[in-house]
Design a protein around this ligand. Structure first.
Ligand code: ATP
Length: 290
């Protein structure tokens, strides 16, 4: 089922002329008008940011589906030096949390705080620099691996590039490529797997020294622990579509229909014997069958 917003995006990218022709269409402006009002840009841009994020009783409804709240009084915390994993069935609201953190939307109720201040009280560019999101299918350019990482920050030194790659757990496989950091990372290179692509994208994100790193994990074989070896590690939010990656997270939050069902460490949740434990058991059974 194609969501309206992604349908609009698809039309915009494939048929720019169509978009121009229907630019005045009520449908589109109706959609835009119904977005919750975004407050004016904030002024905060502190030199030091910890990266402590708090979702407090956040209730959110997409403007196109006014009768169906997607997040219902959700509270969530991200702490520097900690990996917080969000798990839950498809449609539980994981990606919606990321959209709110990226300020694509405003919650109707509750608030999102960054180091204790409302997210919207910060400058836009500042937040853009401090929050990095690595999507499920990151785009790499048909350039060298090094250039792809450097794209995160033009003036990065080689040492900084290697360090970011180490933290992203990418340095070793990159060094083993035929031409190392000079290997072509583009489609035609064909030497880089999906998981490796994602790790290069993480290095690209880390080189900007974000304080909050969001990883939308498609490959579920990311080794995220190396991220915490940074001398000043950021807060990591891991969106897990499968369970295998989240074991090592410091904190696991299980979402169901926009609410936190249970949370804790992997061991705590297994001991609790709730939904998470059921999911893990089911997955293990599945693996044995395979
Ligand atoms: P998945 O694991 O499949 O990515 P998810 O947990 O990330 O799922 P969300 O993408 O946050 O779930 O979706 C939560 C609910 O919000 C779903 O019912 C979805 O259909 C709805 N939704 C998501 N994006 C939009 C949008 N742009 N407009 C309207 N409804 C949306």
């Amino acid at each position: 089922e194609l969501q309206f917003s992604s349908a609009v995006e698809a039309v915009m990218s494939y048929y720019p002329s169509v978009m121009r022709a229907i630019g005045g269409s009520e449908k589109i402006f109706e959609y835009v008008d119904r977005q919750p009002q975004v407050p004016p840009e904030g002024t905060l841009a502190p030199q030091n940011l910890e990266g402590h994020v708090q979702f407090k009783n956040v209730t959110f409804t997409y403007p196109t589906r006014e009768d169906t709240p997607v997040l219902k009084g959700l509270s969530l915390e991200l702490r520097p030096g900690q990996i917080t994993a969000l798990v839950g069935a498809s449609g539980a609201g994981k990606s919606t949390c990321v959209s709110l953190l990226e300020r694509f939307y405003l919650p109707q109720e509750g608030e999102i705080l960054l180091d204790g201040e409302p997210l919207h009280s910060y400058k836009n560019q500042y937040l853009h620099d401090k929050i990095s999101v690595v999507s499920q299918e990151p785009v790499l350019f048909a350039r060298s691996v090094k250039d792809n990482i450097k794209y995160g920050r033009d003036d990065a030194t080689d040492e900084e590039i290697y360090r970011a790659a180490e933290l992203a757990n990418a340095h070793k496989f990159i060094s083993d490529l035929p031409n190392g950091y000079d290997t072509d990372a583009g489609e035609k290179g064909g030497q880089v797997s999906g998981g490796q692509k994602q790790r290069i994208a993480i290095a690209r994100a880390l080189i900007r020294k974000p304080r909050i790193l969001v990883l939308d994990d498609a490959t579920s074989n990311l080794d995220t622990e190396t991220l915490l070896k940074d001398s000043n590690p950021c807060s990591v939010l891991l969106i897990a579509h499968k369970l295998s990656t989240v074991e090592k997270a410091n904190h696991i939050v299980v979402l169901e229909e926009g609410k936190v069902l249970e949370e804790g460490s992997h061991v705590e949740l297994l001991e609790k014997g709730g939904t998470y434990a059921d999911l893990v058991n089911k997955q293990n059974t599945g693996n044995n069958d395979a």
